[in-house]
Design a protein around this ligand. Structure first.
Ligand code: BGC
Length: 426
């Protein structure tokens, strides 16, 4: 295994629900309940990119990208459709997928939880309740023996804070509650569950590497001469980018913001992480407004010259370097586990990739402990709350033509980039 893994990982990333299709989980239930009809959107899942049926062919295309690693997730709802009752067929297919990746000399980087749950989970033990921790531990303990010896890199959770905010602050994800207290409780349990699963994975295989994929945002004051805008940027940075990193450092999850949030609790996390996954997409500008309901505002502006994505986000490649630096300041290894552009114009994706890969080089030249980069996404996929109308893929999916795949110019660009770099032995 060592030769296979001790190289810089150049990869692409996906998540199970966003590409697989043929699944019923909390999100499809949410859609059926009409809860996704918000902000003018009414996304329909429609089996996403149908990958559950076409994974073998998809992996042939993945190989054409010259990647030596692939980040993907397994779907809890598929594995444990009823509490404590498991679907052997699903486990068998995931196992076959891992075997095939290894045959193709592609390192599997496995996410155990990427935003979705079995429907029963929210009924029995949503994340704001402490029983959630044991439910997750039970699911992971079940699946681990089927993965061992072949999977070295585990990501316990994708973006725990983003998920907690979506579910308990915006209330757009199930269970759809609006309460900062519940949000912090849920986050606390997610992190607790990480700590427990970390111990379990390591006790079975001390060569396994276990991390969390964390989203980072660059917050910049809208008016650099306005101290209130500065204050908002600093609060947002400390909360969104640093709070979880600090919890691992200090064995304490805490955040105080007068009249909004007051949470402080010890948590057993010290050194229970081998790497940080950096998911980085954008910079946003912070403003203070004299508005009791929303004093802190975030806006996307086209200030860097790199444009806005079709998500409305500002492309700001220098931010990737900053995010890697924040994560590396913990002393842990860092992988960029997501970075990508939603666009119909593939030329823009190429220049986005070029700019962000320059940031990767800058991080390596500066001696930061960065060990991999994964473009989001390998395939066009189902985007949360939006559906299939935005295109993140290096490989396009034609949803009107039986999910036909097309390797985009950006995919060829990335393949060529990896080929060149590997001949230079980086
Ligand atoms: C998530 C992905 C998502 C991407 C683009 C990340 O925060 O992990 O699942 O598709 O952002 O929105």
């Amino acid at each position: 295994m060592s030769n296979r893994t001790e190289r810089f990982l150049w990869g692409a990333a996906t998540s199970a629900f966003q590409i697989e299709g043929h699944i019923k989980n909390d999100m499809t239930k949410w859609e059926a309940l009409g809860k996704l009809k918000q902000n003018g959107n009414n996304p329909s899942y429609n089996n996403a990119a149908n990958h559950w049926l076409t994974w073998e062919k998809d992996f042939e295309i993945l190989k054409e990208l010259n990647v030596n690693a692939y980040r993907f997730s397994i779907e809890w709802a598929r594995i444990e459709p009823k509490p404590g009752s498991y679907n052997k067929q699903a486990v068998k297919q995931y196992s076959a997928m891992i075997d095939r990746l290894i045959e193709l000399n592609i390192e599997p980087v496995l996410t155990l939880h990427h935003f979705t749950h079995p429907v029963w989970f929210h009924q029995k033990s949503p994340w704001h309740k402490k029983e959630s921790v044991e439910r997750y531990v039970r699911y992971v303990s079940y699946i681990l023996p089927y993965l061992e010896g072949r999977v070295r890199y585990f990501i316990t959770f994708n973006e725990p804070l983003v998920w907690a905010l979506a579910a308990y602050a915006d209330a757009k994800f199930p269970p759809g509650k609006k309460s900062f207290d519940l949000m912090m409780q849920a986050l606390y349990h997610l992190l607790q569950a990480h700590g427990k699963v970390y111990d379990i994975i390591k006790s079975r295989n001390d060569r396994a590497e276990v991390g969390v994929a964390k989203n980072f945002i660059v917050f910049k004051p809208f008016c650099i001469w306005n101290p209130a805008d500065f204050a908002v940027a600093s609060i947002a940075h400390n909360f969104f980018n640093m709070m979880i990193l600090n919890a691992f450092e200090k064995n304490r999850l805490s955040f105080r913001l007068p009249f909004v949030l007051n949470f402080e609790k010890t948590i057993d996390l010290k050194d229970k992480i081998d790497f940080w996954g950096v998911n980085y997409y954008y910079r946003t500008f912070t403003r203070f407004k004299f508005d009791v309901n929303a004093p802190m505002q975030l806006e996307f502006k086209h200030k860097s010259g790199e444009g806005l994505s079709e998500m409305g986000w500002e492309n700001y490649s220098a931010g990737l370097f900053k995010a890697v630096k924040w994560a590396a300041s913990t002393g842990k290894t860092v992988f960029v586990t997501e970075n990508g552009l939603a666009t119909e114009d593939d030329k823009k994706r190429i220049s986005y990739l070029r700019n962000h890969l320059n940031s990767v080089h800058k991080a390596l030249d500066s001696g930061l402990n960065l060990k991999g980069y994964f473009y989001w996404s390998f395939l066009d996929n189902y985007e949360w709350l939006i559906g299939t109308k935005v295109r993140f893929g290096l490989v396009g999916v034609d949803y009107t033509q039986e999910y036909r795949r097309t390797l985009r110019g950006s995919g060829r660009f990335y393949a060529e980039f990896i080929r060149n770099i590997q001949t230079k032995n980086i």
